[in-house]
Design a protein around this ligand. Structure first.
Ligand code: ING
Length: 307
């Protein structure tokens, strides 16, 4: 009996600054209902799925940005998502900004089971962008001001009769992210993202955003024999155009389903977790073929060393 997880990649169109949490949660519940009607087991929402992508503005008094963060999960605003999970028998993965009781700020993703109970929480490890206001940019990408890097590391959890991992946005560009989870036996990686089409440090990359997005997730899937579910918040959000193309990617590296709009759009696919072993037991049999003694610079160095 193969282990099939029917996944809904629940892409979100723009969330504008004045959209309330209640309005956003209503959109999320609509997507969950659509997913349940399509017999999904799991719905994956984007990064920072409850608010506009607020790191595009630099607020010198960071406490004035506190309202973009969740201090509880669930709260009265997000409880409807947990209720919907239970009533629809549908698990979900949600990205949000986390403000802890001791005032640490993380870019966080939570995995909630079909019973509405939290299975796991992941905090973004690779935090891109900049720490200080850069007024010359057409818009800020000040994630390193608003979020601390995770102190927790990558995790892989037992769920849906398989091994489920999580990463967030910029994490998907780093092969180490996939490989650490691959070494923990991951069979499906859930990844939300917000990716502006314009990359101020090097605008020559703008025309390649779609290619780079698919490249990194397809490579990571294939090289680790895992499904990758990439889900965008996209469209024109507060004047900034962001990439859509949410996708469900197989362990072969093939894109099995992909969004075609830059709005709220559910993309579904029946993901057979047993497909992973086709790669994990052959080409990417890590225990047979890897040479970690040759990879030491990967864990002992941060940047380039010319020796
Ligand atoms: N966003 C981006 C990402 O890695 C970025 C950072 C923006 C990269 C624009 C390239 C171009 O997709 C987040 N939120 O990490």
């Amino acid at each position: 009996m193969s282990r099939v997880v029917t996944v809904g990649a629940a892409q979100l169109g723009p969330i504008q600054r004045d959209h309330t949490r209640a309005e956003v949660v209503k959109r999320l519940v609509v997507l969950m209902t659509e997913a349940a009607n399509k017999s999904c087991d799991l719905v994956v929402f984007p990064e920072l799925a409850l608010t506009t992508f607020f790191p595009r503005w630099f607020e010198p008094d960071i406490t004035k940005a506190d309202h973009f963060y969740e201090t509880q999960m669930p709260s009265k605003f997000t409880q409807p998502l947990f209720d919907a999970a239970r009533s629809l028998g549908l698990a979900f993965c949600l990205g949000y900004a986390e403000l802890t009781p001791d005032r640490h700020r993380y870019n966080t993703q939570v995995l909630v089971g079909k019973n509405g109970e939290t299975i796991a929480k992941y905090r973004k490890i690779h935090v891109p962008g900049h720490e200080h206001h850069e007024p010359d940019r057409p818009f800020q990408h000040a994630e390193r001001y608003y979020f601390e890097p995770s102190p927790d590391g990558f995790g892989v959890w037992n769920a849906f009769d398989g091994r489920i991992g999580m990463m967030i946005c910029n994490d998907r560009r780093w092969p180490e992210a996939y490989r650490v989870m691959g070494l923990k036996g991951v069979e499906m990686i859930l990844c939300g993202y917000n990716t502006p089409l314009h990359y101020a440090p090097d605008p020559t990359q703008d025309r390649l955003q779609s290619f780079h997005n698919s490249l990194v997730m397809q490579s990571g899937a294939y090289q680790n024999g895992t499904w990758v579910i990439g889900v965008a918040k996209c469209g024109l959000e507060e004047g900034v155009a962001s990439l859509g193309e949410s996708a469900i990617i197989a362990p072969s590296g093939e894109i099995m389903a992909q969004a075609v709009t830059t709005d709220d759009e559910l993309v579904t696919h029946k993901c057979d977790l047993d497909w992973c072993s086709n790669y994990k037991k052959t080409l990417f049999d890590f225990d047979r073929y890897r040479r970690p003694e040759m990879y030491l610079p990967i864990t002992t160095q941060r940047g380039v060393v010319i020796d």
